[in-house]
Design a protein around this ligand. Structure first.
Ligand SMILES: [Zn+2]
Ligand SMILES: [Zn+2]
Length: 156
């Protein structure tokens, strides 16, 4: 019996270790609006994290630039009610923004023709350890005091 007991403890230890390893790699992230009513859960690591200095992002966020992360849209889950706002970008792409009808914060958006992707404003994760952006777009609208790291991809 003592042999069997030791054996089962070892098995349990291995199972727990494997479980934690899986959680740390596949852990979903949750973003939410200011009041918490609207939430999105996304799976996996972001496909692309960028900052955008365009005037539409400035208007939408109330900040002087937007930061957003694209995720594979398979397996994303939304909780709560949202209102849609559709904006056509400069290149004719139709973006559908979903925001909380109660507090007004945008929690996610999609772009027509990019079916496999969902974009989430990075601030909605409220996570200072979120992966850094690597791309900076619409730099011609960048506020002059704002320094973007040289190693980023810069799009005028
Ligand atoms: Zn809200
Ligand atoms: Zn923008």
């Amino acid at each position: 019996m003592p042999q069997a007991a030791r054996g089962s403890r070892r098995t349990l230890g291995v199972t727990i270790a494997a479980h934690f390893a899986q959680v740390s790699v596949m852990s979903p992230r949750t973003a939410s609006c200011s009041c918490g009513q609207l939430q999105i859960e996304v799976q996996g690591e972001p496909l692309r994290v960028s900052v955008c200095h365009c005037l539409a992002c400035q208007k939408r966020t109330g900040s002087v630039f937007g930061e957003q992360a694209r995720f594979d849209s398979s397996g994303f889950k939304v909780t709560g009610a949202s209102t849609e706002y559709i904006r056509v970008g400069d290149e004719g792409t139709k973006f559908t923004f979903r925001f909380c009808p109660k507090c007004g914060a945008t929690v996610y958006y999609t772009a027509e023709g990019r079916d496999g992707v969902v974009a989430v404003p990075v601030g909605a994760f409220a996570d200072p350890n979120f992966p850094s952006p690597t791309v900076s777009v619409y730099e011609r609208r960048r506020h002059s005091w704002l320094q973007i790291p040289v190693e980023f991809e810069h799009v005028p």
